[in-house]
Design a protein around this ligand. Structure first.
Ligand SMILES: Cc1cc2nc3c(=O)[nH]c(=O)nc-3n(C[C@H](O)[C@H](O)[C@H](O)COP(=O)(O)OP(=O)(O)OC[C@H]3O[C@@H](n4cnc5c(N)ncnc54)[C@H](O)[C@@H]3O)c2cc1C
Length: 396
Protein backbone atom coordinates (compact mmCIF):
# COMPACT_ATOMS: atom_id res chain seq x y z
CA UNK A 1 0.00 0.00 0.00
CA UNK A 2 1.29 3.51 -0.66
CA UNK A 3 0.02 7.06 -0.39
CA UNK A 4 1.31 10.40 -1.65
CA UNK A 5 1.64 13.61 0.39
CA UNK A 6 3.44 16.89 -0.14
CA UNK A 7 5.52 16.82 3.05
CA UNK A 8 6.40 13.76 5.13
CA UNK A 9 7.88 14.61 8.52
CA UNK A 10 9.76 11.80 10.22
CA UNK A 11 9.71 12.31 14.00
CA UNK A 12 6.92 13.62 16.23
CA UNK A 13 9.18 15.46 18.67
CA UNK A 14 9.24 19.19 19.28
CA UNK A 15 11.06 20.04 16.04
CA UNK A 16 8.94 17.88 13.73
CA UNK A 17 5.73 19.14 15.31
CA UNK A 18 6.90 22.77 15.21
CA UNK A 19 7.62 22.39 11.49
CA UNK A 20 4.23 20.76 10.86
CA UNK A 21 2.53 23.64 12.67
CA UNK A 22 4.49 26.31 10.80
CA UNK A 23 3.89 24.73 7.39
CA UNK A 24 0.16 24.48 8.12
CA UNK A 25 0.14 28.05 9.43
CA UNK A 26 1.46 29.08 5.99
CA UNK A 27 -1.44 27.38 4.28
CA UNK A 28 0.17 24.03 3.46
CA UNK A 29 -2.26 21.26 4.31
CA UNK A 30 -0.92 18.08 2.77
CA UNK A 31 1.42 17.07 5.61
CA UNK A 32 1.91 13.74 7.36
CA UNK A 33 3.92 13.38 10.58
CA UNK A 34 5.18 9.88 11.34
CA UNK A 35 6.18 9.12 14.93
CA UNK A 36 7.43 5.65 15.81
CA UNK A 37 6.17 5.80 19.43
CA UNK A 38 4.07 8.57 20.99
CA UNK A 39 4.40 12.30 20.45
CA UNK A 40 7.26 13.96 22.34
CA UNK A 41 8.38 10.63 23.80
CA UNK A 42 11.96 11.15 22.56
CA UNK A 43 14.37 13.67 24.04
CA UNK A 44 11.71 16.39 24.06
CA UNK A 45 10.28 14.63 27.11
CA UNK A 46 13.64 14.97 28.88
CA UNK A 47 14.21 18.66 28.20
CA UNK A 48 15.02 21.06 31.04
CA UNK A 49 13.18 23.74 29.08
CA UNK A 50 15.64 26.53 29.86
CA UNK A 51 14.90 29.73 27.95
CA UNK A 52 17.88 32.01 27.32
CA UNK A 53 19.31 34.02 24.46
CA UNK A 54 22.84 33.90 25.81
CA UNK A 55 24.66 32.68 22.71
CA UNK A 56 27.78 33.89 20.97
CA UNK A 57 26.47 32.71 17.61
CA UNK A 58 24.26 35.48 16.16
CA UNK A 59 21.87 33.14 14.30
CA UNK A 60 21.28 31.11 17.44
CA UNK A 61 20.79 34.17 19.67
CA UNK A 62 18.32 35.59 17.12
CA UNK A 63 16.44 32.29 17.00
CA UNK A 64 16.31 32.17 20.79
CA UNK A 65 15.00 35.74 20.85
CA UNK A 66 12.26 34.78 18.40
CA UNK A 67 11.55 31.82 20.70
CA UNK A 68 11.02 34.11 23.70
CA UNK A 69 8.71 36.39 21.70
CA UNK A 70 6.75 33.39 20.44
CA UNK A 71 6.49 31.68 23.83
CA UNK A 72 5.13 34.87 25.39
CA UNK A 73 2.30 34.81 22.82
CA UNK A 74 1.92 31.03 22.64
CA UNK A 75 -1.20 30.86 24.82
CA UNK A 76 -3.06 33.06 22.35
CA UNK A 77 -1.46 31.80 19.16
CA UNK A 78 -1.62 28.06 19.90
CA UNK A 79 -4.59 28.17 22.26
CA UNK A 80 -2.74 26.16 24.95
CA UNK A 81 -0.61 26.87 27.99
CA UNK A 82 3.01 25.97 27.21
CA UNK A 83 4.25 26.33 30.77
CA UNK A 84 6.42 29.43 30.29
CA UNK A 85 7.76 30.79 33.59
CA UNK A 86 9.73 33.99 33.11
CA UNK A 87 11.68 33.82 36.35
CA UNK A 88 14.69 35.32 34.56
CA UNK A 89 17.98 33.81 33.43
CA UNK A 90 21.36 34.76 34.88
CA UNK A 91 24.84 33.59 33.96
CA UNK A 92 28.01 34.11 35.95
CA UNK A 93 31.64 33.94 34.78
CA UNK A 94 35.12 34.12 36.32
CA UNK A 95 37.57 36.95 35.59
CA UNK A 96 39.13 35.18 32.57
CA UNK A 97 35.74 35.27 30.78
CA UNK A 98 34.65 38.82 31.53
CA UNK A 99 35.68 40.20 28.14
CA UNK A 100 33.88 37.39 26.33
CA UNK A 101 30.76 38.04 28.40
CA UNK A 102 30.82 41.76 27.60
CA UNK A 103 31.20 40.98 23.90
CA UNK A 104 28.40 38.41 23.98
CA UNK A 105 26.03 40.78 25.77
CA UNK A 106 26.80 43.51 23.21
CA UNK A 107 26.16 41.03 20.37
CA UNK A 108 22.85 39.96 21.92
CA UNK A 109 21.77 43.56 22.60
CA UNK A 110 22.52 44.33 18.95
CA UNK A 111 19.96 41.67 18.03
CA UNK A 112 17.36 43.22 20.32
CA UNK A 113 17.73 40.75 23.19
CA UNK A 114 16.64 42.10 26.56
CA UNK A 115 19.91 41.44 28.44
CA UNK A 116 22.24 43.45 30.64
CA UNK A 117 25.38 43.07 32.71
CA UNK A 118 24.54 43.17 36.41
CA UNK A 119 26.72 43.57 39.49
CA UNK A 120 27.11 41.38 42.55
CA UNK A 121 24.60 43.36 44.59
CA UNK A 122 21.88 42.86 41.98
CA UNK A 123 22.72 39.17 41.61
CA UNK A 124 22.55 38.75 45.38
CA UNK A 125 19.08 40.31 45.37
CA UNK A 126 17.96 37.99 42.57
CA UNK A 127 19.16 34.88 44.44
CA UNK A 128 19.74 35.55 48.16
CA UNK A 129 22.13 33.01 49.68
CA UNK A 130 23.78 31.96 46.43
CA UNK A 131 27.57 32.02 46.89
CA UNK A 132 28.80 34.44 44.22
CA UNK A 133 32.12 35.82 45.49
CA UNK A 134 34.15 33.76 42.99
CA UNK A 135 32.33 35.28 39.98
CA UNK A 136 33.63 38.41 38.26
CA UNK A 137 30.62 39.29 36.10
CA UNK A 138 26.99 38.37 35.47
CA UNK A 139 24.56 38.81 32.60
CA UNK A 140 20.83 38.83 33.21
CA UNK A 141 17.83 38.31 30.94
CA UNK A 142 14.59 39.23 32.74
CA UNK A 143 12.47 37.53 30.04
CA UNK A 144 14.36 34.25 30.27
CA UNK A 145 13.48 31.34 32.50
CA UNK A 146 11.82 28.03 31.75
CA UNK A 147 9.14 26.52 29.61
CA UNK A 148 7.91 23.00 29.03
CA UNK A 149 9.07 21.24 25.88
CA UNK A 150 6.41 18.53 26.13
CA UNK A 151 3.59 21.07 26.47
CA UNK A 152 4.95 23.14 23.58
CA UNK A 153 5.27 20.07 21.36
CA UNK A 154 1.74 18.91 22.17
CA UNK A 155 0.39 22.44 21.60
CA UNK A 156 2.07 22.51 18.16
CA UNK A 157 0.52 19.10 17.44
CA UNK A 158 -2.98 20.16 18.49
CA UNK A 159 -2.81 23.39 16.47
CA UNK A 160 -1.41 21.54 13.44
CA UNK A 161 -4.17 18.93 13.62
CA UNK A 162 -6.82 21.66 13.80
CA UNK A 163 -5.40 22.98 10.51
CA UNK A 164 -5.60 19.57 8.86
CA UNK A 165 -2.15 18.06 9.46
CA UNK A 166 -2.27 14.29 9.87
CA UNK A 167 -0.16 12.80 12.64
CA UNK A 168 0.37 9.07 13.04
CA UNK A 169 1.84 7.50 16.17
CA UNK A 170 3.26 4.00 16.30
CA UNK A 171 4.58 4.59 12.78
CA UNK A 172 8.23 3.52 12.63
CA UNK A 173 10.03 4.63 9.47
CA UNK A 174 12.49 1.88 8.57
CA UNK A 175 14.00 3.37 5.42
CA UNK A 176 14.10 6.35 3.10
CA UNK A 177 12.96 5.37 -0.39
CA UNK A 178 15.50 6.27 -3.03
CA UNK A 179 14.66 7.64 -6.41
CA UNK A 180 17.32 6.39 -8.78
CA UNK A 181 20.78 7.10 -7.37
CA UNK A 182 20.54 10.57 -5.96
CA UNK A 183 17.12 11.37 -4.56
CA UNK A 184 14.62 10.51 -1.86
CA UNK A 185 10.99 10.12 -2.82
CA UNK A 186 9.37 8.86 0.34
CA UNK A 187 9.64 6.52 3.28
CA UNK A 188 8.90 2.92 4.12
CA UNK A 189 7.28 1.95 7.40
CA UNK A 190 7.88 -1.14 9.55
CA UNK A 191 4.73 -2.83 8.20
CA UNK A 192 5.94 -2.37 4.62
CA UNK A 193 3.60 0.53 3.85
CA UNK A 194 5.12 3.25 1.69
CA UNK A 195 4.46 6.97 1.87
CA UNK A 196 5.62 9.01 -1.10
CA UNK A 197 6.38 12.67 -0.46
CA UNK A 198 7.34 15.75 -2.40
CA UNK A 199 9.80 16.37 0.43
CA UNK A 200 10.84 14.21 3.35
CA UNK A 201 11.81 16.16 6.47
CA UNK A 202 14.04 14.16 8.76
CA UNK A 203 13.34 15.49 12.27
CA UNK A 204 14.05 12.39 14.29
CA UNK A 205 16.83 13.71 16.47
CA UNK A 206 19.52 11.26 17.50
CA UNK A 207 18.00 8.58 15.28
CA UNK A 208 18.61 10.47 12.01
CA UNK A 209 22.01 8.95 11.11
CA UNK A 210 20.56 5.42 11.04
CA UNK A 211 18.17 6.42 8.24
CA UNK A 212 20.67 8.42 6.21
CA UNK A 213 23.58 5.93 6.40
CA UNK A 214 22.32 3.78 3.47
CA UNK A 215 22.18 6.93 1.29
CA UNK A 216 25.96 7.24 1.31
CA UNK A 217 26.53 10.45 3.23
CA UNK A 218 27.22 11.05 6.90
CA UNK A 219 25.09 13.04 9.30
CA UNK A 220 27.52 13.59 12.19
CA UNK A 221 25.09 13.33 15.10
CA UNK A 222 25.77 11.36 18.27
CA UNK A 223 23.81 11.00 21.45
CA UNK A 224 25.71 12.55 24.36
CA UNK A 225 24.65 11.45 27.82
CA UNK A 226 23.09 14.22 29.93
CA UNK A 227 22.41 13.57 33.61
CA UNK A 228 20.02 15.65 35.68
CA UNK A 229 19.82 15.63 39.47
CA UNK A 230 16.97 16.97 41.60
CA UNK A 231 18.01 18.20 45.02
CA UNK A 232 15.64 18.95 47.90
CA UNK A 233 17.39 21.79 49.77
CA UNK A 234 15.47 21.06 52.97
CA UNK A 235 13.13 23.99 52.53
CA UNK A 236 11.57 25.12 49.26
CA UNK A 237 13.72 27.46 47.23
CA UNK A 238 12.04 30.88 46.77
CA UNK A 239 11.44 32.24 43.25
CA UNK A 240 14.92 32.63 41.76
CA UNK A 241 16.16 32.88 38.16
CA UNK A 242 17.63 29.99 36.21
CA UNK A 243 21.37 30.29 36.83
CA UNK A 244 24.24 29.15 34.61
CA UNK A 245 27.32 28.73 36.77
CA UNK A 246 30.22 28.88 34.34
CA UNK A 247 32.73 28.24 37.11
CA UNK A 248 31.11 25.09 38.50
CA UNK A 249 29.91 24.21 34.97
CA UNK A 250 26.38 23.50 36.13
CA UNK A 251 22.98 25.08 35.64
CA UNK A 252 20.45 25.44 38.42
CA UNK A 253 16.69 25.71 37.99
CA UNK A 254 13.98 26.01 40.60
CA UNK A 255 11.38 23.28 40.17
CA UNK A 256 7.73 24.12 40.90
CA UNK A 257 7.95 22.22 44.23
CA UNK A 258 10.95 24.26 45.38
CA UNK A 259 13.59 21.61 44.61
CA UNK A 260 16.68 22.46 42.53
CA UNK A 261 17.21 20.83 39.15
CA UNK A 262 20.96 20.60 38.55
CA UNK A 263 22.18 20.12 35.00
CA UNK A 264 25.71 19.55 33.82
CA UNK A 265 27.47 22.12 31.61
CA UNK A 266 30.82 20.33 31.65
CA UNK A 267 31.29 18.73 28.25
CA UNK A 268 35.03 18.13 28.50
CA UNK A 269 34.67 14.33 28.58
CA UNK A 270 31.44 13.49 26.74
CA UNK A 271 29.96 10.02 27.09
CA UNK A 272 28.09 8.80 24.03
CA UNK A 273 25.10 6.49 24.39
CA UNK A 274 22.67 4.43 22.38
CA UNK A 275 19.54 6.62 22.70
CA UNK A 276 17.38 3.49 22.94
CA UNK A 277 19.40 1.78 25.68
CA UNK A 278 20.87 3.84 28.47
CA UNK A 279 20.68 4.01 32.27
CA UNK A 280 17.97 6.50 33.19
CA UNK A 281 19.66 7.58 36.43
CA UNK A 282 22.66 9.77 37.20
CA UNK A 283 25.79 7.78 37.98
CA UNK A 284 27.71 7.95 41.26
CA UNK A 285 30.37 10.29 39.82
CA UNK A 286 27.70 12.80 38.79
CA UNK A 287 25.96 12.64 42.17
CA UNK A 288 29.32 13.25 43.89
CA UNK A 289 30.07 16.19 41.60
CA UNK A 290 26.62 17.71 42.17
CA UNK A 291 26.92 17.37 45.95
CA UNK A 292 30.31 19.13 45.88
CA UNK A 293 29.56 21.88 43.39
CA UNK A 294 26.02 22.62 44.52
CA UNK A 295 27.18 22.59 48.14
CA UNK A 296 29.76 25.23 47.23
CA UNK A 297 27.19 27.34 45.37
CA UNK A 298 24.30 26.98 47.86
CA UNK A 299 26.06 26.67 51.23
CA UNK A 300 22.97 27.56 53.27
CA UNK A 301 20.71 24.68 52.27
CA UNK A 302 19.25 23.60 55.63
CA UNK A 303 18.91 19.86 54.98
CA UNK A 304 19.94 18.95 51.43
CA UNK A 305 19.29 15.52 49.94
CA UNK A 306 19.23 14.09 46.45
CA UNK A 307 15.55 13.56 45.70
CA UNK A 308 15.72 12.05 42.21
CA UNK A 309 17.79 11.82 39.08
CA UNK A 310 17.30 10.93 35.42
CA UNK A 311 19.24 10.97 32.18
CA UNK A 312 18.77 11.72 28.50
CA UNK A 313 20.87 12.25 25.40
CA UNK A 314 21.71 15.48 23.61
CA UNK A 315 21.79 14.89 19.85
CA UNK A 316 25.14 16.58 19.37
CA UNK A 317 27.08 17.56 16.27
CA UNK A 318 30.86 18.22 16.24
CA UNK A 319 30.30 21.98 16.74
CA UNK A 320 27.33 21.65 19.09
CA UNK A 321 25.02 23.39 16.65
CA UNK A 322 22.11 21.94 14.69
CA UNK A 323 22.00 20.72 11.13
CA UNK A 324 19.08 22.37 9.34
CA UNK A 325 18.98 22.34 5.58
CA UNK A 326 18.80 20.31 2.41
CA UNK A 327 20.62 16.99 2.35
CA UNK A 328 23.12 16.28 -0.43
CA UNK A 329 20.37 14.27 -2.15
CA UNK A 330 17.18 15.74 -3.57
CA UNK A 331 13.87 15.42 -1.73
CA UNK A 332 15.37 15.26 1.76
CA UNK A 333 15.59 18.05 4.35
CA UNK A 334 17.62 17.53 7.55
CA UNK A 335 16.56 18.93 10.93
CA UNK A 336 18.66 17.30 13.62
CA UNK A 337 21.62 17.68 15.97
CA UNK A 338 20.09 20.26 18.30
CA UNK A 339 22.89 19.82 20.84
CA UNK A 340 20.84 20.97 23.84
CA UNK A 341 19.42 24.16 22.27
CA UNK A 342 16.33 22.69 20.65
CA UNK A 343 13.62 23.79 23.07
CA UNK A 344 14.07 27.54 23.03
CA UNK A 345 14.73 27.74 19.31
CA UNK A 346 11.94 25.35 18.23
CA UNK A 347 9.49 28.13 17.25
CA UNK A 348 12.19 29.70 15.06
CA UNK A 349 13.18 26.34 13.58
CA UNK A 350 9.58 25.64 12.60
CA UNK A 351 9.19 29.01 10.95
CA UNK A 352 12.58 28.92 9.23
CA UNK A 353 12.12 25.42 7.81
CA UNK A 354 8.56 26.17 6.67
CA UNK A 355 9.71 29.37 4.95
CA UNK A 356 12.75 27.79 3.32
CA UNK A 357 10.67 24.87 2.05
CA UNK A 358 7.93 27.08 0.65
CA UNK A 359 9.85 30.18 -0.48
CA UNK A 360 13.55 29.23 -0.45
CA UNK A 361 14.45 31.84 2.18
CA UNK A 362 13.61 32.95 5.72
CA UNK A 363 12.27 36.27 6.93
CA UNK A 364 13.54 35.64 10.47
CA UNK A 365 15.55 38.70 11.51
CA UNK A 366 19.21 38.02 12.23
CA UNK A 367 19.10 34.38 11.16
CA UNK A 368 21.36 33.07 8.41
CA UNK A 369 20.02 29.62 7.36
CA UNK A 370 23.33 28.81 5.66
CA UNK A 371 25.00 28.69 9.09
CA UNK A 372 23.26 25.37 9.72
CA UNK A 373 24.17 23.56 6.47
CA UNK A 374 25.46 20.00 6.74
CA UNK A 375 28.41 20.74 4.45
CA UNK A 376 30.01 23.12 6.97
CA UNK A 377 31.75 20.15 8.59
CA UNK A 378 33.33 18.90 5.35
CA UNK A 379 34.22 22.49 4.44
CA UNK A 380 36.07 22.95 7.74
CA UNK A 381 33.76 25.85 8.68
CA UNK A 382 32.11 24.78 11.92
CA UNK A 383 29.57 27.15 13.45
CA UNK A 384 31.29 28.43 16.58
CA UNK A 385 30.66 31.13 19.14
CA UNK A 386 32.31 34.43 18.26
CA UNK A 387 33.18 34.94 21.90
CA UNK A 388 33.65 31.52 23.50
CA UNK A 389 33.98 31.09 27.24
CA UNK A 390 37.28 29.52 28.21
CA UNK A 391 36.72 26.19 29.93
CA UNK A 392 32.97 26.19 29.32
CA UNK A 393 32.71 24.01 26.23
CA UNK A 394 30.96 24.88 22.98
CA UNK A 395 27.31 24.74 24.02
CA UNK A 396 26.76 28.49 24.19
C1 LIG B 1 18.36 16.25 29.05
C2 LIG B 1 18.07 17.34 28.07
C3 LIG B 1 17.91 18.64 28.51
C4 LIG B 1 17.65 19.64 27.58
N1 LIG B 1 17.49 20.92 28.04
C5 LIG B 1 17.23 21.91 27.16
C6 LIG B 1 17.04 23.24 27.62
O1 LIG B 1 17.12 23.50 28.81
N2 LIG B 1 16.79 24.21 26.70
C7 LIG B 1 16.74 23.94 25.37
O2 LIG B 1 16.54 24.86 24.57
N3 LIG B 1 16.89 22.67 24.90
C8 LIG B 1 17.14 21.66 25.77
N4 LIG B 1 17.30 20.41 25.33
C9 LIG B 1 17.20 20.16 23.89
C10 LIG B 1 15.78 20.00 23.41
O3 LIG B 1 14.96 19.48 24.40
C11 LIG B 1 15.82 19.09 22.19
O4 LIG B 1 16.72 19.65 21.26
C12 LIG B 1 14.49 18.93 21.52
O5 LIG B 1 13.47 18.58 22.42
C13 LIG B 1 14.66 17.83 20.49
O6 LIG B 1 13.51 17.72 19.74
P1 LIG B 1 13.55 16.81 18.43
O7 LIG B 1 12.18 16.85 17.89
O8 LIG B 1 14.67 17.20 17.55
O9 LIG B 1 13.96 15.36 18.96
P2 LIG B 1 13.13 14.27 19.80
O10 LIG B 1 12.29 14.88 20.84
O11 LIG B 1 14.10 13.24 20.23
O12 LIG B 1 12.14 13.70 18.71
C14 LIG B 1 12.51 12.81 17.71
C15 LIG B 1 11.35 11.86 17.53
O13 LIG B 1 11.59 11.05 16.40
C16 LIG B 1 11.06 9.77 16.68
N5 LIG B 1 11.72 8.83 15.79
C17 LIG B 1 13.01 8.43 15.83
N6 LIG B 1 13.27 7.59 14.81
C18 LIG B 1 12.11 7.43 14.11
C19 LIG B 1 11.75 6.68 12.99
N7 LIG B 1 12.65 5.93 12.35
N8 LIG B 1 10.46 6.74 12.56
C20 LIG B 1 9.56 7.52 13.19
N9 LIG B 1 9.85 8.26 14.28
C21 LIG B 1 11.12 8.23 14.74
C22 LIG B 1 11.37 9.55 18.16
O14 LIG B 1 10.53 8.58 18.73
C23 LIG B 1 11.15 10.94 18.72
O15 LIG B 1 9.85 11.13 19.24
C24 LIG B 1 17.55 19.37 26.21
C25 LIG B 1 17.70 18.05 25.77
C26 LIG B 1 17.94 17.05 26.68
C27 LIG B 1 18.11 15.63 26.19
Amino acid sequence: MSEQVKFVIVGGGLEGLGIAYSLADRGVRDILVLERATLCSGMTGKSSGVVRCHYGTPSLAAMAKYGVDFLEQAGEVLGEDVGLRQCGYAVGVAQRNVEAMEANVALQQGLGVDVELIDHARMARLWPGLYIDDFAAFAYEPRGGRGDAYLLGMAFAAAARRMGVRIRQGALVTSLLQDGEDGVRGVELADGERVLGGSVILANGAWAPALTAPLGFEVPVQSQRAELVLVDPGEPLPDVPVFSDLIGLQYLCREPNGHVLVGNSDHAAPEYIDPDHYADRAGDATITRVVERLGHRMPDMPDPRVAHSYAGGYDVTPDYNPIIGRAPVTGLFLVTGFSGHGFKIAPAVGRMVAEVLTTGRTSLAGVEPRDFRLSRFAEGEPLLSRHPYEGAGAMR
